[in-house]
Design a protein around this ligand. Structure first.
Ligand code: GDP
Ligand code: MG
Length: 162
């Protein structure tokens, strides 16, 4: 077992297209534990901070407008290697992951982006790309009291040494 955590967000297109349930199911069915979730509409400043590493990119303004265009479902999932199981690390483009690649056209069928999206600017969900960025993102989106520690009754059916 592990208490590694990742930040996953269903972007406004994922919410509007009715993909909240299917996206949550990918993580839930795999065996990960949901320890925080909220529907929210963060400010422009909050979203600029979330994507601050991309501030110099030509698509940055459009990205922030996209993220401001409707509600977002923000979540924290916990479990062994949940960060790299959730998405490809930047350093390993061949690592399979639940989210798929940034560009849905490069995402394998069976991944969220590979099953539900076409355009890189409408790729339905976000996932932290490293344990370090997960920590930063979780603290930006959630206060510590919103992260619920609870005993997963399935743990010993998911982990050999639970
Ligand atoms: P991610 O970590 O896989 O989400 O990808 P990045 O951190 O590189 O980019 C953040 C988000 O910016 C992506 O999920 C896309 O929504 C958007 N994005 C990235 N690259 C492009 C691009 O070339 N064009 C557009 N329009 N959006 C992009
Ligand atoms: Mg990223």
């Amino acid at each position: 077992m592990s208490n590694e955590q990742t930040f996953i967000a269903i972007k406004p297109d994922g919410v509007q297209r009715g993909l909240i349930g299917p996206i949550i199911s990918r993580f839930e069915n795999r065996g990960f534990k949901l320890i925080a979730m909220k529907t929210c509409s963060p400010s422009k400043e909050h979203l600029e901070k979330h994507y601050q590493d991309l501030a110099e990119k030509p698509f940055f303004k459009g990205l922030v407008a996209y993220m401001l265009s409707g509600p977002i479902v923000a979540m924290v999932w916990e479990g062994r290697d949940v960060v790299k199981t959730g998405r490809k690390p930047e350093t390993d483009q061949f690592q399979p992951a639940i989210l798929g690649a940034t560009n849905p056209l490069n995402s394998a069928p069976g991944t969220i982006r590979g099953d539900y999206a076409i355009d890189v600017g409408r790729n339905v969900c976000h996932g932290s790309d490293s344990v370090e960025s997960a920590k930063k993102e979780i603290s930006l989106w959630f206060s510590p009291s919103e992260l619920l520690q609870w005993k997963h009754s399935q743990a010993s059916w998911i982990y050999e040494n639970a």
